[in-house]
Design a binder for this molecule. Structure first.
Ligand SMILES: NC(=O)c1ccc[n+]([C@@H]2O[C@H](COP(=O)([O-])OP(=O)(O)OC[C@H]3O[C@@H](n4cnc5c(N)ncnc54)[C@H](O)[C@@H]3O)[C@@H](O)[C@H]2O)c1
Length: 360
C-alpha cells in the first residue's frame, strides 16, 4: 500500500484525477520537470503524477523535482521516498539544470511567493523570476518540450482600477516599479515578457497562468500569507490579528480548483496564451475572511483584532481589490471552480489539525 501525503491532500488528488480523467493519458511514458515543487502549489502536480502512476499509468510518467528549498519544505515528499520514477534535485534554478534524460513537460513554479518573504529577499526574488525563468525557457528550447507552464501571478495587475474588477487578462495593470512589492510584481511581468519572447522567436509551446490567491493544505504556517496566519492563530488559540482595517477584498481559490485549471492549460495546445486562474464566486473582505475562519474554528472566545504592523512597508502598494475575470479559462476548458470558501477553509483547517503540515 502506497504511503500518503495526508488524508485531505489524498482526497484532493483524487478529485483532480477524477476531474481531468483521460486528459492525463498524455503523460504516459513522458518526463515532467517541476520547479518549486517543495512549495505549496507545485507539490500538488507531483502528488497527482505519483497517484496516476500508482493507479497504473503505463508506461509511468517520470518526474524531476527541482527546488532549492529557499522557502519550500524539505520533508514535503517523505511519502514518495524510494519511488524510482521520481527524482529530487536540490538546486537553485537561476543556474542551468543538468539532466541526463529528455524532458517533455515543464511546470515552472519556483519563486518567492509570500509578500512577507519577497520583501525580505528582494534580489533572490528578482533572480528566480527573471534568470530562473530564462533558464527554464532555455531548457524547454533544448529539449523541444511538448509544453511548458509558467506560474505568473495576479500581482502583475498591481492595484487594479476598480473599473477593471473582475480583472480580465487584457488589463495592463497599475503597478509601482519602485515600491517594496516591485521586486515580485515587476520581475513576474518581465518573466511573462521572456515567455512570450521565447514563444515568438523559438515557438516554445509556453503557456502562462496568473493565479489569484490560491490556498489550501500544505501552505507553510510561517509563510506570512493571510490564510496560514489565521490558521496558525486558531491552532495556537490566539486572537485572529489583522494588520490592516480588513477592508481590502480578495477572491480566494481552493488549491484543487487552481491545479485542475493549470493541468488543463499545460496539457493543451494554447501556446502563447495567458489565463487567469482563481475563483470568482465570492469577493470577500479580509475582515469577512477572518469571520469565516472564526465561525469554522468554533471557539466563541476567538477574537478578531486590528493592529498596526511594525513593518512600515506592510501595506504599501497592497491591492485594494482583487478578483479574476475567468471568462477566457471557461471558454477554452471544461472547467469551473467547485470548492466554496467555507468548504476550502474547513479542509485547510482539517489538514493542519491532522498534523500533516509543518511548523505547528
Ligand atoms: N499560492 C498563490 O496564491 C499564488 C498566487 C500567485 C502566484 N503564485 C505563484 O505560484 C508559484 C508557486 O507558489 P506557492 O504559493 O506554491 O509558493 P511556495 O513559496 O510555497 O513555493 C515556491 C517554491 O519555490 C522554491 N524556490 C524559490 N526560489 C527558488 C530557486 N531560486 N530555485 C529553486 N527553487 C526555488 C521554494 O523553495 C518553494 O519551494 C510561484 O511562482 C508563485 O509566484 C502563487
Amino acid at each position: 500500500m502506497a504511503r500518503r501525503a495526508s488524508t485531505i491532500i489524498s482526497q484532493d488528488i483524487e478529485h483532480i484525477i477524477q476531474d481531468l480523467r483521460d486528459h492525463f493519458q498524455a503523460l504516459r511514458g513522458t518526463t515532467l520537470l517541476v520547479t518549486g515543487a517543495n512549495g505549496f502549489l507545485c507539490s500538488y502536480f507531483v502528488d497527482t503524477v505519483a497517484v496516476l502512476n500508482e493507479k497504473g499509468l503505463n508506461p509511468p510518467c517520470q518526474v524531476i523535482v527541482v527546488d532549492n528549498l529557499q522557502t519550500g519544505f524539505s520533508e514535503r515528499f517523505k511519502h514518495l521516498e524510494g519511488r524510482k520514477e521520481i527524482c529530487f534535485i536540490q538546486q537553485d534554478v537561476t543556474f542551468p539544470v543538468n539532466l541526463d534524460q529528455r524532458v517533455d513537460w515543464i511546470i515552472h513554479g519556483a519563486s518567492i511567493a509570500s509578500p512577507t518573504l519577497y520583501r525580505q529577499y528582494p534580489l533572490q526574488t528578482i533572480d528566480v523570476n527573471v534568470i530562473g525563468t530564462r533558464q527554464m525557457l532555455e531548457l524547454a528550447r533544448q529539449n523541444r518540450v511538448r509544453s511548458m507552464l509558467y506560474l505568473s501571478t495576479s500581482e502583475i495587475y498591481g492595484d487594479p482600477d476598480p473599473v477593471f474588477i473582475p480583472t480580465p487578462e487584457e488589463y495592463r495593470g497599475n503597478v509601482s516599479c519602485t515600491g517594496p512589492r516591485a521586486c515580485y510584481d515587476e520581475s513576474k511581468r518581465l518573466a511573462e515578457t521572456l515567455c512570450m519572447t521565447y514563444y515568438r522567436l523559438f515557438k516554445i509551446p509556453v503557456k502562462i497562468v496568473r493565479p489569484f490567491n490560491v490556498y489550501g493544505p500544505g501552505l507553510r504556517l510561517d509563510d506570512g500569507r493571510i490564510i496560514p496566519d489565521l490558521m496558525k492563530s486558531v491552532l495556537h488559540r490566539q486572537p485572529l490579528v489583522l494588520y490592516s482595517n480588513g477592508r481590502a477584498t480578495r477572491a480566494f481559490c481552493y488549491i484543487t480548483d487552481a491545479v485542475c485549471a493549470m493541468w488543463y492549460v499545460l496539457l493543451s495546445d494554447t501556446n502563447g496564451e495567458v489565463f487567469n486562474v482563481g475563483n470568482d464566486e465570492k469577493e470577500v473582505s479580509i475582515r469577512e475572511l477572518a469571520e469565516s475562519v472564526r465561525q469554522i474554528a468554533g471557539p466563541p472566545w476567538l477574537e478578531i483584532e486590528h493592529r498596526v504592523s511594525e513593518d512600515v512597508d506592510y501595506l504599501k502598494d497592497n491591492p485594494q481589490r482583487r478578483c479574476p475575470d475567468l471568462t477566457k479559462l471557461r471558454r477554452w476548458f471544461p472547467w469551473q471552480p467547485k470548492v466554496s470558501l467555507v468548504e476550502g477553509l474547513k479542509r485547510t483547517l482539517c489538514s493542519y489539525l491532522e498534523g500533516s503540515v509543518i511548523n505547528l
